[in-house]
Design a protein around this ligand. Structure first.
Ligand code: ADP
Ligand code: ZN
Ligand code: ZN
Length: 702
């Protein structure tokens, strides 16, 4: 039995730590152990073992671990390789990567997942449309077909080749079709096919709430309960599911982004539903993107990747559209010397028709400019008409609270958070002005705090105000609001959605929560209260986000009836982002958007690594970012550059002053090298009162 163990911890240090094994001999690679670390006892991951102490270490100085946590190993060499890839790509430590992958629970819980035989098959497979059948055939052809099919996609990815087996791209497919065009059915068929072939499937969804919906559909269809993994479950229950998956007992797993790490045996397929969704990118270290991790896993484990959306991300659109990036050779040739990440690398499969009787809705932009209140006469008229038909309405506004902007016309005063550089939102139901970034709140001022003027006040409407106006205008209609405030109680969102689904609610009003993936047969009308809310944020993805949100929201209308209607209220009825989303013109939008990105050299025509500095003291923040920028100067790869140093668009959050430096380059390989050296040099002599965060392929620059 090996006498020495290599442990890693959930800390930034990028080394392994040596320990002597326990006397009982329970320790093994893949288990967690409590080990003395400094003055404390800390949970570590056992990632290796050996017979002799590491060279250069004094045998007597090596401490023993205190206690082994797990009876059975939680992870194996394959998981360690995946964690090593995460650590190398996202510039974190192996311990940080493992701790993002593996459930934190210490003991398995008694998770009440249904035994297989209690599930009944209650949903028959639908007869596929021609388009669906063609898509399915294309997807499963490589899996059942010859070796040739796999060879056909062997192109080396430098990005993906750090420390691991996979050096070829996996076969990748994209189901591109409007909401209601039957993507889910194709996903289920592809999954079924893989499972029949003895392989496992990971099915990623963008929301915890969609996890249940999808797991249920799978249960009804296959008679087999899917395993689920998500952060809403207790650590103990996640651990139970993790072990069930690892043992091979369950072969299909549903969950949001972290489910991409599910330890399935014999992976055959990863499905990414609503591929464009921002929730696939982690907001904490390691800031991994589930799509990137899925690509890596599929390539390392010989599996297929199947994505789908009505509004692909710009990255995916470029890769599935031949010719999308022809010009500016100098830049591209450097980024892509062998054409391996070439356009057309993802095979696009189109679903163009709505099944079950629906048609794409008629979408009408309406100017909000001369309207008193927040409902235009056009929208009111359609709400009335829809109610008379006995059908339902969804109203969407991406801003909660009552009013969000306090301004004094006499002196120009604006009410912002004491700890953040953002305005306070007035919440009428709570009687407070609240900061949405840090939670700080105060009583709303009765007069301008600066000059005493009584003309000062809140403007700009939020969902709370819309609710009030809708109730006032349509007292006979049943209204429910779904946003972070109205659904903070556990189960209340589910209740609201269930009421709406049964028809007990006429108007569902809310934020993003009502826009994503939900399927309500009775909806005729969708009203977008203000389409422009996110359009002019200082972020190169602002247009893409606005466009895809509008198209997704519009997709809720008329899924089962041919007369769906969408009213898009806007202050900029002529803005091309608005007009193209109203025309559901995805190709037109991306044509213009990708052109813009190419000229400005933003992703997907370049790669970014963002460094964000946080400090209580603004001078320390300035000094640290200045030092980082100086160190970066000699390191920037040819053809690349640095953006900044600069204050972040949101300069202060929760009392922390924020500064950023963005390294931009043609390829991730060269950028990674520069970033690693930069981080090493920065570490030496850094100020401990300053925090540095690294984001590889950032999706938000705010
Ligand atoms: P998407 O995932 O593309 O938004 P769904 O898979 O939810 O679309 O399908 C929309 C509706 O069409 C669902 O009610 C589904 O049952 C139905 N549907 C899907 N495929 C077929 C088919 N082949 N024949 C009839 N109805 C179908
Ligand atoms: Zn004033
Ligand atoms: Zn704040």
């Amino acid at each position: 039995m090996a006498q020495y163990l290599d442990l890693v911890f959930d800390i930034p240090a990028k080394t392994t730590f040596s320990y002597r094994r326990d006397e009982k001999g329970e320790a093994a690679v893949g288990k967690r152990a409590m080990a003395p670390f400094g003055k404390r006892e800390v949970l570590g991951y056992i990632v290796g073992e050996g017979d002799s102490p590491p060279p250069g270490l004094d045998e007597a100085g090596i401490k023993a671990i205190r206690r082994v946590v797990d009876a059975e190993p939680l992870f194996d060499q394959r998981d360690i390789s995946l964690a090593q890839w995460i650590a190398a790509y996202y510039l974190c430590s192996l311990g940080q990567a493992l701790s993002a992958m593996i459930p934190s629970g210490r003991r398995p819980g008694s998770y009440p997942s249904l035994p297989d035989d209690e599930n009944e098959i209650t949903a028959a497979a639908l007869e596929l449309s021609d388009e669906q059948q063609a898509a399915l055939d294309a997807i499963i052809a490589p899996a059942i077909g010859t070796e040739e099919n796999h060879k056909g996609t062997q192109r080396n990815t430098k990005e993906d080749s750090n420390s691991s087996a996979g050096s070829s791209l996996p076969p990748m497919f994209y189901l591109y079709g409007i909401t209601g065009s039957g993507k889910t059915e194709v996903f289920l068929r592809a999954a079924e096919h893989m499972m029949k072939a003895g392989k496992s499937v990971i099915y990623l969804v963008p929301e915890i709430s969609l996890t249940h919906q999808t797991a249920e559909a799978i249960g009804k269809r296959f008679g087999t309960a899917a395993a689920t993994l998500h952060s809403g479950m207790s650590g103990a229950n996640r651990l139970t599911e993790w072990m069930r998956i690892r043992s091979g007992e369950v072969r299909i797993v549903v969950g949001p982004r972290s489910a991409v790490f599910a330890p399935v045996q014999n992976l055959g397929l990863i499905i990414i539903d609503e591929e464009h969704d921002g929730s696939y990118k982690s907001g904490n270290t390691p800031r991994y993107h589930a799509r990137q991790a899925a690509m890596h896993r599929c390539s390392a484990e010989g599996a297929l990747l199947l994505m789908g959306s009505a509004t692909p991300s710009a990255e995916a659109w470029k890769l599935m559209t031949p010719g999308a990036s022809a010009p500016i050779q100098s830049f591209l040739s450097e980024s892509d010397p062998k054409g391996r990440m070439g356009d057309g690398m993802i095979k696009r499969l189109d679903l163009s028709r709505r099944l079950s009787g629906g048609k794409p809705p008629e979408i009408q932009p309406v100017s909000l400019e001369h309207t008193e209140g927040c409902l235009t006469p056009e929208l009111k008229e359609e709400i009335r008409k829809t109610a008379q038909m006995g059908r339902q309405t969804i109203l969407f506004l991406n801003r909660r609270g009552f009013a969000y902007f306090y301004h004094c016309p006499s002196c120009g005063f604006e009410l912002t958070c004491r700890h953040c550089s953002v305005s306070l939102t007035y919440h009428k139901s709570k009687g407070r002005a609240i900061c949405h970034y840090c939670g700080y709140s105060e009583a709303p001022p009765k007069a301008c705090p600066q000059c005493g003027s009584l003309e000062a006040g809140f403007t700009g409407f939020g969902t709370e105000m819309i609710e009030e106006e809708v109730r006032r205008t349509f007292p006979e209609l049943r209204v429910r609001r779904a946003d972070a405030d109205s659904t903070s109680k556990k189960g209340s969102l589910e209740e609201t959605l269930a009421l709406f689904r049964t028809g007990a609610v006429d108007i569902l009003l809310g934020t993003q929560m009502v826009a994503k993936g939900l399927n309500f047969p009775g909806v005729r009308l969708v009203g977008v209260i203000l389409a422009d809310t996110g359009l002019h944020l200082p972020d190169f993805r602002a247009a893409e986000r606005t466009f895809s949100l509008l198209v997704q929201v519009a997709g809720r209308a008329g899924r089962y009836f041919p007369d769906g209607k969408v009213i898009v209220q806007t202050l900029r009825p002529k803005d091309p982002v608005i007009t193209r989303s109203c025309a559901l013109d995805v190709a037109g939008f991306f044509g213009a958007e990708l052109n813009q990105r190419r000229m400005l050299r933003f992703p997907p025509y370049s790669r970014l690594i963002r460094f964000t500095i946080r400090a209580r003291d603004p001078l320390k923040a300035d000094k640290a970012i200045g030092r980082l920028a100086n160190l970066a100067e000699g390191l920037i790869p040819a053809g690349g550059d640095a953006l900044g140093p600069a204050e972040c668009p949101i300069g202060i959050i929760a009392g922390n002053h924020r500064r950023q430096l963005i390294l931009r380059g043609a390829s991730m390989g060269a950028l990674h090298g520069a970033a690693r050296t930069l981080l090493e040099r920065y570490e030496k002599g850094k100020d401990s009162a300053v925090y540095l965060e690294v984001d590889v392929d950032p999706v938000s620059l705010l």
